[in-house]
Design a protein around this ligand. Structure first.
Ligand code: SF4
Length: 377
């Protein structure tokens, strides 16, 4: 099975923390759809008939697309690739765009999962983040989506925000879990380079919480989601039974995926490819039969060491963990032994090794990057 990702790089305005490739302008918008359809066509043989099991429109703000724009892209994807009958079809949406008419149009296009960018249920925090919606709009959007027949709804929240107390964060998580959602993604606020937030931090106009606040928020998140019947199946992702994001799960297990659009990444072992994060270059280069020399994408062949590193990094983020038998099968006995030897460097409070499967503990999740670095050094 394979997955497809389509990047929609347009936003109404930039959120202060946003490090994704997106622009608050529609200058290249019309040309972008042409280039996107051309890219989809030009790569139609890359999956060699493997059926597409998941389709994900991310961004940017895909819900800024009109139904006609989405329909054009979906028709092109249907024409060029074979989909499974049970395809998981997700669109990232901002709350203020989810009107009843828009939701009905999404349904008729075959969408069956929405990932709604809520981020917070506190209007003051939303304002600080430069979001374009209110908390009430977010709640109403989720309710409306459920009424429109979407039974696989996810929302995104951000934690680890300075100024917010433990009590406020707990209330926010409970507000989220009281909505008709079956999936929750929650990310710690990070300061990405070249963002407004990074500038504000540099200028002393914004500050970040310390590590104990991160741990406090994470504890609240895991307590409340567990109490509501959500399983933490990945560091940042929580799902009710049967609602694990199949698209994301496929990334973590190394399934092939094609990414279309500016800045989109693709992977089919051992090759990783990424399109240029520049609308002008993408639009001018993404014509049928583009040549790599046109400079609108790059690719690399991962060495076996890099593939192992990727496997360790991705699997340790998941509840399923890293089976040592898989390491041995794919990378050989010596590599598996070396990995186990390096495990001695890791604080035993941060991992469990049971039935030959390595997993991070709750404490280990908070220092996941450091543990992975210790294992891969
Ligand atoms: S809506 Fe999403 S992609 Fe757009 S600026 Fe905000 S965080 Fe970035």
């Amino acid at each position: 099975m394979a997955g497809i990702y389509v990047h929609i790089p347009f936003c109404k305005r930039k959120c202060v923390y946003c490090g994704f490739f997106s622009v608050a302008s529609s200058r290249w918008r019309e040309a972008y759809w042409d280039a996107l359809c051309a890219e989809i066509e030009s790569r139609r043989d890359e999956l060699a008939g493997t059926p597409v099991a998941t389709l994900y429109f991310g961004g940017g703000t895909p819900s800024l697309c009109s139904p006609a724009e989405l329909e054009r892209i979906v028709a092109q994807l249907r024409r060029c690739y074979r989909w499974t009958d049970e395809v998981e079809f997700t669109l990232e949406a901002n709350p203020e765009q989810l009107t009843a008419d828009y939701l009905a149009a999404l349904k008729s296009l075959g969408l069956n999962r929405l990932s709604i960018g809520v981020q917070s249920f506190d209007d003051e925090i939303l304002r600080l983040l430069n979001r374009t919606h209110t908390a009430a709009q977010a709640r109403e959007a989720v309710e409306r989506a459920a009424q429109a027949g979407f039974d696989n709804l996810s929302i995104d929240l951000i934690y680890d925000i300075a100024y917010r107390t433990a009590g406020q964060w707990r209330t926010e998580v409970r507000t989220a879990l009281a909505l008709p959602i079956r999936h929750l993604s929650a990310y710690s606020l990070t300061v990405e380079e070249n963002t407004l937030l990074a500038r504000r931090v540099r200028e002393g106009a914004a500050y970040l919480p310390d590590e104990s606040d991160t741990a406090r928020d994470f504890d609240i998140l895991t307590e409340e989601t567990a109490a509501a019947g959500f399983e933490q199946y990945e560091i940042s992702n929580f799902a009710k039974e049967g609602a694990v994001s199949r698209h994301n799960a496929a990334y973590w297990t190394g399934e092939p995926y094609l990414g279309f659009g500016a800045a989109a990444h693709s992977y089919k072992a051992p090759v990783r490819r990424w399109n240029v994060a520049d609308l002008k270059k993408y639009v001018e280069g993404g014509r049928p039969s583009p040549l790599p020399s046109q400079g609108w994408y790059e690719s690399e062949v991962l060495t076996s060491e890099e593939q192992l590193e990727e496997l360790v990094m991705l699997r340790l983020r998941t509840r399923a963990g890293l089976p040592l038998a898989e390491v041995e099968e794919r990378f050989g006995h010596a590599r598996r032994q070396a990995l186990e030897a390096r495990l001695r460097r890791v604080n035993p409070e941060n991992y469990v090794l049971a039935d030959r499967v390595l997993r991070l503990t709750h404490a280990g999740v908070l220092v996941a990057d450091a543990v992975i670095a210790e294992l891969m050094d």
